[in-house]
Design a protein around this ligand. Sequence first.
Ligand SMILES: [Zn+2]
Length: 111
Amino acid sequence: MENLYCLRCNRELEAGQKSVAVYMFAQTVGIRPRQKSTAQRICFCPQCSVSLAMGPPPEGALNIAAWKMIRDLVGSDPALNQAAWETLRGIVGLLPGSEDYNAQAGAYLEF
Ligand SMILES: [Zn+2]
């Protein structure tokens, strides 16, 4: 089983952990033989997904396409937001009253 990392914050996403996966592959059109690239899986943790969706559109056509898809998910159901909150609460629970954590969280949410 390959290890997956959030593309944005580089946090390791363990198997079964809540995340958003963006799948991407390329395929030739109108050219024979038809060719298809291998599929790439790009992952985002729930907080980064929500943070990205709430933020302004990124630069680059592919980034905008992915941003729109993530916005779609975040906007259509509160489950993903809830997963982000759950993870945040988990981190707070591990480091009670840590000022370092607050500083990190501030930097983390800046995008
Ligand atoms: Zn992340």
